[in-house]
Design a protein around this ligand. Sequence first.
Ligand SMILES: Nc1ncnc2c1ncn2[C@@H]1O[C@H](COP(=O)(O)OP(=O)(O)OP(=O)(O)O)[C@@H](O)[C@H]1O
Length: 291
Amino acid sequence: MSSDETTVSGAEDRMAGVEPVPGVAKPDPILVANGVRRSFGGLKAVDVGHLEVQRGTITALIGPNGAGKSTLFNLLTGFDRVDEGRWSFEGAAINGRRGHQVARSGMVRTFQLTKALTRMSVLDNMLLGAQGQFGERMAGALWRPGWARQERANTERALELLERFRLVDKRDDMAGSLSGGQRKLLEMARSLMTEPSMIMLDEPMAGVNPALVQSLLSHITSLRDEGRTVLFVEHDMDVIMGISDWIVVLAQGRVIAEGRPSDIKSDKQVIDAYLGAQDDEAAESREGDDG
Ligand SMILES: Nc1ncnc2c1ncn2[C@@H]1O[C@H](COP(=O)(O)OP(=O)(O)OP(=O)(O)O)[C@@H](O)[C@H]1O
């Protein structure tokens, strides 16, 4: 992404003067979490003291495998229950709300296509997105009372979004026939059905053909540039460093660092806990290739 685009969004200005320290306050946070904890047996999967996400930025949540990124996503969006903790979105406490209630309040997460969703058409996937409700109960959601009245408006919005994400020609195809990258586009398009102010993307580049990466990146930056807040979990370091306004690093459930990409690249603790390990893995795989 060019530095011009960053300037256009104003995201850099919004973060000016914010110190790169764990738990730092942001000028205008859309999401504020306090003491969010979740254990599985004796394992503390998430143990976040204080975390704020600045409105109108792309914030990456990174960390080694098992750091607690997915668990934190699930907790904040109402798809898992905390042991303790409070968090607010747009100034209102939303801890304790269920997934679809969180989605209706404006914070939506993407979901990978489950088996049931792959057997539905692309357009029906979009219409389900209008419910802001996924998971086990979604199959029945299409037939909710009152759905028929809304259907025309929802279909119109779905087609507009499919046009924007270049999937409109696929609207009647089964979602399972889409390529990895097209699935990611569908997940993103579907999450926009409820007009969320914040979108949480779960590994948006996983399984995406390199040819589609640039297109996905520009869709993510355009979400921010139209005023939405993006929080994403990703492993691809080039993507993370290239697209993020701010990066939060989790290790063993805790926020060990946060800052701009340049801060994170040079943070010794991050290098030790994460980036160093990645370099070692890359070196090992290169050695393996040579042999
Ligand atoms: N439902 C569960 N039951 C038991 N342990 C779990 C459960 N969900 C997550 N964990 C454990 O909690 C820890 C955090 O897992 P989580 O999936 O949140 O990490 P992550 O940072 O998203 O990892 P990855 O990058 O590999 O997806 C891990 O040790 C994981 O094994």
